[in-house]
Design a binder for this molecule. Structure first.
Ligand code: NAP
Length: 300
């Protein structure tokens, strides 16, 4: 249980609802900022404005997956309130307080560093990234079906990158009957791709692997699907770019060539917000319990 813990949940989307539900079930006391348009009431949680929060008593702050923008603005879909997180707010937190976010940026890194508060980026954890790859791939399949007039089964699918998302994408499209090839740069990745029964190619041969591709799914967060690569694709090729913004595709050139190229961010939050929220809530609760235990041991 998290009895006695005080947590501020600041902003977010439908994923946060599952986090709030699980935290209240664990008996944490919550202040919810940016949720006033939400009809649902949670026992043990009060809706507040950012300037009503007593930061001196918070054991943790939970931000949306994106954290803040470059100016400290925190996104929320359940409020029209403009929420800005500042260094001065974090400075008021108790020294042990933890700030949780999915990812970070120079602004959030800066204010947590300057206020000497701990920032935990949940999406940097392998467990979160691997669990999260499941709804990501389901969303990818949905997009492919919506934007093609041919079946995935029998299609030539090129997956770029064999990281936590790439593995799940490659395996799932293979299971759907696609002819999957995966581009990687590391020799051990190529060995794994071959072991999985897929065709491995080196990213230096990307262009030559594009001439018969029906669907190209990029997971590499760097400019990799360049104009030159796109120029080798058949006109009907669909590019789905899963890499974080701005993606790894030359979208301008794809449009010019008439090739459909879609940047598909935040698919878990779109196709399965409940599951995506559960993935985050499970890890959050584990980390909060560990932190609580450590503090109790230090006090004993
Ligand atoms: P990851 O485990 O770090 O994998 C990244 C892959 O990209 C690895 O295979 C890596 O290869 C390769 N790579 C990175 N930089 C490269 C470069 N300069 N040249 C060639 N290959 C390079 O990351 P992940 O968890 O799979 O996530 C992949 C991307 O998807 C991220 O941008 C993440 O934010 C995004 N994402 C999007 C969604 C969505 O809904 N669209 C959901 C989850 C994640 P090496 O090992 O050789 O570096």
């Amino acid at each position: 249980m998290l009895t006695g813990m005080q947590i501020a949940v600041i902003g977010g989307d439908a994923r946060q609802l599952e986090i709030i539900r699980q935290l209240t079930e664990h008996d944490a006391k919550l202040s919810l900022v940016g949720f006033e348009q939400l009809d649902h009431a949670f026992t043990g949680a009060s809706k507040e404005k950012i300037d009503e929060i007593d930061f001196t008593v918070q054991d943790a702050i939970i931000l949306p997956v994106r954290g803040t923008d470059q100016d400290g603005l925190v996104d929320t879909v359940f409020s029209s309130e403009k929420i800005i997180l500042t260094k001065e707010m974090l400075e008021q937190l108790p020294a042990h307080a933890i700030v949780f976010s999915g990812i970070s940026n120079p602004y959030l890194d800066g204010i947590t560093n300057e206020s000497n508060r701990r920032l935990v980026k949940l999406f940097e954890r392998d467990d979160v990234a691997i669990y999260n790859s499941i709804p990501t791939v389901e969303g990818t399949i949905m997009m492919v079906i919506q934007h093609t007039d041919f079946t995935i089964h029998g299609s030539n699918v090129a997956v770029l990158g064999l990281g936590r998302v790439g593995v799940t994408v490659a395996r799932t499209f293979q299971a759907l009957g696609a002819k999957v090839r995966v581009g990687a740069r590391r020799s051990e990745h190529k060995a794994r791709i071959t072991e999985m029964g897929l065709i491995a190619f080196d990213l230096s041969d990307l262009e030559s692997n594009m001439k018969d591709v029906d669907i190209c799914i990029n997971t590499i967060p760097t400019q990799i699907v360049t104009a030159s690569v796109i120029s080798k694709m058949p006109a009907h090729t669909l590019i789905i770019d899963l890499a974080s913004k701005p993606g790894g595709t030359d979208f301008r050139y794809a449009e010019k060539r008439g090739i459909k190229a879609l940047l598909a961010p935040s698919l878990p939050g779109i196709v399965a917000p409940k599951t995506a929220g559960q993935i985050l809530a499970n890890v959050l609760i584990k980390l909060l319990k560990e932190d609580m235990k450590k503090r109790e041991e230090n006090q004993a």
